[in-house]
Ligand binder design. Structure first.
Ligand code: CP3
Length: 349
């Protein structure tokens, strides 16, 4: 299927484009009344994730409602631990919970991995196929996975945490076991992402949401090599790596063979450019969208200006569920109103 709007893909591949493409991390979700209405009729989040026709429906909602330049398949990074044998729950207003966690060598041995784990996630592949059909080439479809370190952190910790100190403790106390578990997660993730590409996604993003709590040394030892393995194994579609809070590791991240680096709102493009010669994605502070509409517009324009070209416009992390929808629209419309000058640098509205 040919893409009618392939701005995201051309930008990710480093081509000169007419304007930056725009989408938002977590665009499919509670910011949209259509999502809340559907979600209210269901037993919970997992029913939505595991019912392909419904997952496809909420994936497309932001394309219709916001006019973004990409869809991202509605799912969660926590489906990988579940496929490996560690089911998750989502507790309303609290977040993820794993009733069982990984603590011992036996726990790790008992986990499924690789193609066997990836096969469990048939509902994701089905959702991708339905979404592709219904999108009918309107915009590219993004597939994603958690980075091995971030998945590891949830599997050890058992829930969200401010410090993930149990997961970090495991790195210091059991480094060999940590590597074994990280390798099993990596093998499963590679098989999973291949199947996502087989099913039709046009670009992949790796979310390393907890990279920012590591030391530079821990990042280099327990995070970087596994994200690198994924990048080396999958070169069929462009790849974005978003390691939140990992400004201290940008020189390492620059060595990953991917196309795009996601930046959070605390890392300026000027700072990141010292280390990275790739396309950037990001990075407006999600909380900026709580401001007045004209301030949102000005902040979006100045963000675009700070990146110059070679940029995929996004927030610096997922959009918060209570963000005013009108300001999300101001953000998207402002990006779509600009054009690059012929030198691919300056921008006018
Ligand atoms: O971006 C999108 O629109 C696609 C959907 C998507 C979800 N989760 C849906 C979701 C994506 C890309 C994710 C990734 C994800 N999940 C990450 C990485 C990105 C990040 O935020 O750093 C992480 C760490 C998770 C784990 C997770 N899932 C948490 C911490 C939570 C609870 C917090 C919350 O927002 O409620 C979830 C639940 C979740 N995943 C929801 C959605 C829409 C909310 C569930 C609901 O509808 O009640």
């Amino acid at each position: 299927m040919e893409l009618k709007n392939d701005l995201l893909i051309r930008t990710a591949m480093g081509e000169a484009v007419e304007r930056p493409p725009v989408w938002l991390m977590r665009q499919a979700g509670r910011i949209l009344p259509q999502y809340r209405a559907l979600r209210g009729k269901l037993s919970g989040f997992k029913e939505l994730v595991e019912t392909p026709a419904l997952a496809a429906e909420v994936t497309i909602q932001p394309v219709d409602e916001l006019g973004v330049d990409a869809a991202i398949i509605f799912s969660d990074i926590l489906v990988i631990p579940e496929a490996m044998g560690l089911p998750y729950e989502l507790i309303e207003k609290k977040g993820p919970l794993f009733p069982k966690t990984i603590q011992t060598a036996t726990d790790i041995e008992q986990l499924q991995s690789g193609a066997k784990a990836a096969t469990e996630l048939h509902y994701v592949y089905e959702a991708i196929k339905i979404t592709k059909q219904e999108l009918n080439g309107r915009v590219p479809l993004i597939g994603f996975a958690g980075a091995p370190w971030t998945i590891f952190a949830y599997m050890i910790e058992g829930s969200g945490s401010k410090t993930f100190s149990k997961a970090k403790r495991f790195l210091y106390q059991h480094p060999d076991l940590a590597h074994q578990l990280l390798q099993k997660i990596t093998d499963s993730t590679i098989a999973y992402l291949h199947k996502k590409v087989d099913s039709g996604v046009n670009l992949l993003q790796i979310f390393d949401s907890w990279a920012g709590i590591l030391t530079p040394e821990l990042y280099r030892t327990f995070a970087l090599p596994y994200t690198q393995q994924i990048a080396n194994a999958i070169k069929r579609v462009p790849l974005t790596v978003f390691a939140k809070g990992a400004w201290f590791a940008l020189a390492d991240i620059a060595s990953i063979e991917c196309n795009v680096i996601g930046l959070d709102w605390q890392t300026s493009p000027q700072y990141a450019r010292q280390f990275v010669d790739k396309v950037f994605q990001g990075n407006l502070d999600p909380c900026q969208l709580y401001g007045q509409a004209d301030e949102v517009k000005q902040a979006t324009l100045s963000m675009l200006e700070s990146f110059g070209g070679q940029h995929i416009a996004n927030l610096g992390h997922g959009v918060y569920p209570d963000t005013p929808l009108d300001n999300v629209k101001v953000f998207v419309d402002t990006v779509k109103s600009v054009v690059y000058q012929p030198d691919h640098q300056a921008i006018k509205s």
